[in-house]
Ligand binder design. Sequence first.
Ligand code: ADP
Length: 500
Amino acid sequence: MWDVAVKILFTTTEAVPFCKTGGLGDVCGSLPLELARLGHEPVVILPAFRQTFHCGRPIESTNIRFEVPIGRKTVAGTLLRSSLPGEEVPVYLVHQPQYFDRPELYRENGHDYKDNCERFVFFCRAVLEAIQLLDLKTELVHCHDWPAGLVPAYLKTELAGVPPFDAIRSLMTIHNIAYQGNFWHWDMELTGIDWKYFNWRQMEFYGNLSFLKSGIAFADALTTVSPRYAQEIQHSPLGCGLEGILQHRHDDLCGIINGVDYNEWNPAIDSHLGGNNYSVRNFGDGKRACKAALQQEMKLPQTADVPLVAMIGRLADQKGFDLVARIIPERVANSPAQWVVLGTGEPQYHELFSKLAAEHPEKVAVRLGFSNELAHRIEAGADIFLMPSRYEPCGLNQLYSLKYGTVPVVHATGGLADSITDTNDETLAAGTANGFSFDTYNVTALADALDRACGAFHDRPLWEQLMRTGMQQDWSWNHSAREYERLYARTLNRAAILAR
Ligand code: ADP
């Protein structure tokens, strides 16, 4: 067993059910469970954000207290213990109420917390303390996104040659390269890392300290969350300025598409559907009932024969809302389709959707908030899921939609391009068509894809073929967890795993 099980420390700021603002939380709550099933020994470490205490998981003290330097200060914290549901994966929470007991994780009212650099320097240092104090025997630290970016940097600078850290390898996963954790250069002092590393190849980025660039520069291996996005971020504009260093580290970078936790997102067993469960073998009645229930919940007329188009997510330009904003008023006025929108984000989109819902309550229903339960009911009740993201590292909602027989309409970018096959004669004949996609990011292309989808909705045999194809596909962690496993093995040079 010793040569197969890898001791992996997931270093992340989100993991379902403890805390989540987006796909990162889904991934870090489900991938460790899959790795445990494969025989590995993952452990998750998170900041003890206020949200984590309300997630329903039991949390206990470890009686372990530690102190770390933050610039000229010494800051103390404690470690709490919990586990992912299913009990087998330990979760440690870095408790420091001044940093983490706040209403939100990273920002409030549109503004980042001013001490974010200090908060996540503390977190990264605490992770390294925890490895020793908890005697985790970590072999590989799997770091997620910029808040974890200094962990590889500490391993290769301050802790180089220091046991047990000298034996630990690191993997940096980029979930969205637009979020980089860049801070003014004097914050370098907070890290305690020698100024000699503040250079354009390592920690400096256009005059600032960059957590993500530091992670990219120092990690032993790099991944991002889809093969297409791994290519896209090596070029401008999607590399967001980091394309140069990624090209430099091209041989160490790969894309692994995120998996879905089908215990959580599966219409056959989904407990949020009021008993109207369904599966690919028998979806007609269940799907119809879910649509009617959603229409009732959202106070829309209960008509089965108009397409119900849904959107869930951050109301941001990244998610394509700038294009949607330009077509939706005309569509709502002139087409019978119904719209359901769930999300929070930029004020101009809050305003736009509220206004449309007020003017056309029979066609548009909007919930400006975060509701996991409603997200499940929308996935089940909608006909079309619209996700025209300008860029999309992976995207999870289109994968959930496939499982729920809700046909995605997407911009062919990143993980959307890797998961959605546009409908045309060829892909229909091959049995691979599972949605509608457009290549060029503009209003005409989006409108065309949406028109094609709404047209296909009225061709019942065609529509059911698309639903069936999507529902039959396997986007679980089955494949992707094995890819991570192979990558861990390569990074640690563990032949036994590679031979499995
Ligand atoms: P992101 O770029 O935000 O991480 P993803 O598609 O990868 O986008 O993942 C977003 C996750 O967050 C999905 O699980 C989605 O259902 C969920 N989500 C986003 N906004 C909301 C919301 N307002 N209410 C409920 N769930 C949401």
